[in-house]
Every structure is written in C-alpha cells, then in structure tokens.
Write a protein that binds this ligand. Structure first.
Ligand SMILES: NC(=O)c1ccc[n+]([C@@H]2O[C@H](COP(=O)([O-])OP(=O)(O)OC[C@H]3O[C@@H](n4cnc5c(N)ncnc54)[C@H](O)[C@@H]3O)[C@@H](O)[C@H]2O)c1
Length: 336
C-alpha cells in the first residue's frame, strides 16, 4: 500500500519509510528538508515541499490517488529552541498541521497516524504513564504536540476522519541496516550526546539533574529503539481499520503510547553505553536545564492490545546501532 509520510526525510520518518518498504509498502515522502536530509529520500518517491502547500498536496494525490493513509511526522522538535521561538513552533507545527489535516480530509485521505510525544504528560508518582494519565505539556514544543492531538481529535469527530496519535517516548538508535540514523551533527538528544562524547566531539557528557526523586537522582526515560518505533507505524497503517473495530463504540480517534514499558535513568543509560562502547567516557554532573522534568516511562499495554505491538530490541542494541551509524554517517550524508 502507498502511505504518505510527512517528514519522511527526518530521523524517525526515514526509518518509518525503511520499515514500510521492508514490509512491501511504498512510502511517498513529503518534506521541506528544513532538518531532513535528501540522502534519506534516495530511491524513494519524494516531494520537496511544505506540508501546508495545498497545491503541492493536490499534486501528490493526483499522482498517487491510491495513498491509503498518512503518517504525519513533520515538525520542528527542539525543546529549548521552541522556548526562544514559539511563533515559529506554533506556525510550523500547529498552524501548518491544521492546513494539512484539512487538505487530507478534502482529498479523501481520512486515515491519519500522528507523531505525538510523551512530553505532553505530567510527572506522576512512580513515573509510569498510561494514555489517560494527566497531561501537562511543559514547553512550547510539547504544547504544539498537545494542540495537534486536540485538532486531530476534533477533526475526526467532525469530518469523518480517523486518527491514531502515537505518543513516542525516547527514540534512540538507528536503522539496524544503516539506511538512516540521527542526521544532526550536534544532537539535542541524549544518546547523540553520548556518542559525540565518545567520539571526542564534545569534552564531556553532562548529566543534567541529579536530585530528582528517582532511584539514583537522575532523570528517568523510556528509551525505545527507533526501529521498534518504526515497525509500530507499519502495524498502525496495516491494521488501521481493525484498530477502530477493536475499539468499538464508534470511536474515531485513539492515543497509543509507544515505549518499552521500562524506565531507565540517565546514569543507567550511561552505564549501558559504557558497557557497549567498551570503556568509560567523560561525564560531568550539572543542575537541570530550564524546562527539564524528572521524566516518565510508558505503560505500553494499549499498543499490545490494539496493534499487537511491543518493543523487541534492547537498549544495548540501540546503542550499538547508534555507534555504528556515527561511524558511517559522514559517508552517507554529504555535509557542506
Ligand atoms: N526525536 C524524538 O525524540 C521525538 C520524540 C517524540 C516525538 N517525536 C516526533 O517525531 C516526529 C519526527 O521527529 P524526528 O526526530 O524525526 O525529527 P526530524 O527533525 O529529524 O524530522 C522532522 C522532519 O520534518 C520535516 N519538516 C519540518 N517542518 C516541515 C514542514 N513545514 N513541511 C515539510 N516538512 C517539514 C523536516 O525537514 C524533517 O525531515 C516529530 O513530529 C517529533 O515531534 C520525536
């Protein structure tokens, strides 16, 4: 089946495209390359365009009337940047998704899988969150995700669309077949920073926050291999209609956590990294950064119940894949 993947030239979107292809499907990529990489679109159907360009979307659907679903990954994603540039974040993520959803609906593409984020959750005692746990998005970025979920839910209710919002926990790793991985040179994500420290590109790994009420004082997260995450999207589009049959009750919108169901602290992640890497790395302890939270991990029961999906790959495998990707990245990507 053909699936529109917005943001398909990005880290997660490109991995989803590989997983779709491995399952015999055809991704149609729509990406403006603001952070994505053209190298990840090679050999794939690719439209370099903005998600809010209505004429561009019309052209895609004219040329591919057999698209059965859309996976909407395109977004700006850097939390501190969203604090400095809320206008850009609300425009790119919220206003443009509004246009995208409207246009998809008008063009008859009423199955939407949306990349949401665990950053919408409030911190809860014990740190495990279910889909109905309290929400408290703590940054402009997280609020854009929250708003996009609300918009999608209201559109599903009003306009005959169906939506699956997948709340990702903390994606790490790279495509195990090394077709893609984290493309940014100075990643804001934790594993990217560990890899850069190991490779001598930054002097030390900063453990930001050591007095959180967790088992060792450092933040707790649910690190999920990006390949597991990508496969969940394949299952979501393959079983899209069945998901709503399983839900019953005429529902048209559902939220699903995508995590391993296991919380890992920053110190535990660093230890796992050092085990896989084979030697210790430089680390320094720092106070939390503005907007940091103790964290959360997923209750992943809904994904198992509705999609038959659960994470299979270990954190060690994700670290090994990230390290392997770091070795070859500059040969795959041609930086100016
Ligand atoms: N990486 C994470 O830790 C994480 C966690 C939770 C949720 N998510 C969500 O997953 C999705 C993908 O994230 P990622 O890590 O792959 O980021 P990324 O920056 O690698 O990918 C985003 C892609 O969207 C494209 N894009 C952005 N704005 C666009 C626009 N207006 N029109 C067309 N294309 C546009 C970019 O060029 C890029 O290729 C995002 O929606 C993000 O919010 C990511």
């Amino acid at each position: 089946m053909k699936v529109l993947v917005t943001g398909g030239a990005g880290y997660i979107g490109s991995t989803i495209c590989s997983a779709l292809e491995d399952s015999g499907h055809t991704p149609i990529i729509l990406d403006n390359l603001v952070t994505g990489r053209v190298e990840f679109t090679r050999g794939r159907i690719f439209y370099q365009d903005d998600i809010a360009n209505v004429a561009g979307l019309e052209r895609i659907f004219q040329e591919h009337p057999d698209i059965v679903a859309a996976i909407h990954c395109a977004a700006l994603i850097i939390v501190p940047e969203s604090v400095e540039k809320p206008y850009e974040y609300y425009t790119e993520n919220v206003a443009k998704s509004l246009v995208l959803f409207r246009t998809l609906n008008r063009l008859g593409c009423n199955r939407v899988v949306f990349s949401s984020s665990a950053s919408v959750y409030d911190t809860v005692p014990g740190f495990m969150v279910r889909e109905d746990s309290p929400l408290r998005p703590g940054s402009p970025y997280a609020r854009t995700k929250y708003m996009m979920e609300m918009i999608l839910q209201d559109f599903c209710h009003a306009y005959g669309m169906k939506g699956i919002a997948l709340r990702y926990f903390n994606p790490i790793g790279a495509d195990p077949k090394m077709r893609s991985g984290l493309q940014v040179r100075n990643p804001s994500l934790v594993l990217g920073k560990l890899v850069n420290t190991a490779r001598g590109l930054q002097p030390a790994f900063e453990i930001t926050g050591t007095t959180w009420p967790t088992r060792d004082g450092t933040g707790i997260r649910d690190y999920i291999h990006v390949w597991d995450l990508a496969e969940a999207h394949v299952m979501a589009v393959e079983q899209f209609d069945q998901v709503f049959e399983r839900l019953g009750g005429g529902q048209s919108y559902v939220v699903i956590n995508l995590g391993t169901g296991r919380g890992v602290t920053v110190r535990e992640l660093v230890e796992a990294f050092e085990r896989v890497y084979g030697k210790p790395i430089n680390k320094v302890e720092k106070p939390p950064r503005p907007g940091d939270v103790a964290g959360a991990y997923a209750n992943a029961d809904t994904a198992l119940r509705l999609l038959g999906w659960k994470a299979k790959l270990s954190i060690e495998q994700a670290i090994a894949d990230a390290l392997k990707w770091a070795e070859i990245r500059d040969r795959v990507l041609h930086y100016e």
